[in-house]
Design a protein around this ligand. Structure first.
Ligand code: FES
Length: 78
């Protein structure tokens, strides 16, 4: 699917760029893909992609931080 017609940006490419940890805003995606907003019709979709991936990253980090620091299944009691 094309997200941005003006720059011919495919959703797959936008998601790959938006998935980078340093990408926090839609504008970063355009910069990473060496283009910029023209008509603006795609900005809401780009923002939704960035927000979705950011939320997924945060959820993964949260679930990792809830894991015990020590693997209690491997601890041997003497
Ligand atoms: S559709 Fe993306 S700038 Fe026009």
């Amino acid at each position: 699917m094309i997200v941005c017609v003006c720059n011919a940006l495919r959703e797959r490419d936008c998601r790959e760029a938006a998935g980078m940890p340093e990408v926090r805003r839609a504008g970063c995606v355009y910069r990473r893909l060496n283009c910029r907003v023209r008509c603006g019709a795609c900005v809401a979709t780009m923002k939704a992609i960035v927000d979705e991936l950011r939320d997924e990253r945060a959820a993964r980090q949260m679930s990792r931080s809830e894991e015990p620091l020590v693997d209690t299944t491997q601890v041997q009691v003497e």
